[in-house]
Design a protein around this ligand. Structure first.
Ligand code: DGL
Length: 292
């Protein structure tokens, strides 16, 4: 689907979607990507639906203005939950691939029947998430499963802020993780304990080590990056050009990143998580955007 020589657009409210971009690059090493971190307007998880839909459209316009886009990956659970239908209606010729909390694989894997889900308030409150949860539970029958939902207010923003400061300053992030994990109940493999934790926000992959320590090594953490990358690969028409060899320079030459927030924050995150040098990151010009 789409112009084979086009670029794959990827966006998130900030740096969280870099975890998805990493999986996309690994799955499709010969494709070109353009990433938009909307950090100047983050966090989405605590915004209105109207705001998120308007930003998602504005970002799509910005990326389309930079050249042919053959598919758009909404690398944000909150924007997928709230805006993907509107995007699909507005741009009927452009394929949109979204990310959703991995409830189905989590329910398939749980032994205790208790699955924790950490996500933003926006995702958990959405009609799309409610529908997903009901469908997954119905499809798993006769296996019984129960989801323990935890909205992690402030965590995505704290992860963003941490990128702007020193990477060693993890106090706020660690405190929030501890607070939210404790709020969910007991983790482990005994009956009545949560044995599987779904990371329902793309930012949370970057704190998975902290979360894993808090819940214990035997609890399984599930994210969606790889599944989304595989789904994107199924949907696109691959590039026809001779594949680049997998040297460092060829890998970085095909990825361009933009931010509405602090350029230095995107640069450190891109270097840290994707091994991408700073020259691939760009400052998006301040746009006139009136929040709805
Ligand atoms: N990374 C986003 C998500 O997956 C949103 C975080 C936020 O901006 O609140 O939901």
């Amino acid at each position: 689907m789409g112009d084979p020589e086009g670029v794959i657009g990827v966006f998130d409210s900030g740096i969280g979607g870099l975890s998805v971009l990493k999986a996309l690059c690994a799955e499709m090493p010969h494709e070109r990507f353009i990433y938009w971190a909307d950090s100047g307007f983050a966090p989405y998880g605590e915004r209105t639906d109207e705001f998120i839909i308007a930003r998602s459209r504005a970002i799509t316009e910005q990326l389309l203005a930079k050249g042919p886009i053959k598919a758009m990956v909404v690398a944000c659970n909150t924007a997928t939950a709230v805006a993907i239908e509107s995007l699909r209606t507005h741009y009927p010729l452009l394929p949109f691939i979204g990310v959703e909390p991995a409830l189905k694989p989590a329910l398939a894997q749980t032994q205790t029947g208790l699955v924790g889900v950490v996500s933003t308030q926006g995702t958990l409150n959405s009609a799309r998430f409610d529908k997903l949860m009901k469908t997954v539970v119905a499809e798993a029958l006769p296996k019984q499963g129960h989801f323990v939902l935890q909205a992690c207010k402030g965590l995505a923003l704290a992860i963003e802020k941490q990128t702007e400061k020193s990477f060693n300053d993890t106090a706020e992030v660690a405190d929030l993780c501890a607070k939210y994990v404790q709020g969910m109940g007991s983790f482990g493999q005994a009956s009545g304990q949560i044995d599987t934790l779904v990371l329902g926000c793309t930012h949370y992959i970057f704190v998975q080590d902290i979360l894993q320590k808090l819940v214990g090594a035997e609890v399984r953490l599930i994210s969606t990056g790889e599944a989304v990358a595989k789904q994107t690969k199924r949907l696109i028409t691959p590039r026809t050009e001779v594949p680049l060899t997998q040297t460092h320079s060829s890998k970085t030459a095909k990825t361009e990143l933009w931010t509405t927030g602090a350029l230095s924050a995107l640069q450190s995150a891109a270097l840290r998580w994707l091994d991408l040098p700073p020259e691939h990151c760009h400052q998006a010009a301040a746009q006139s955007f009136s929040p709805p």
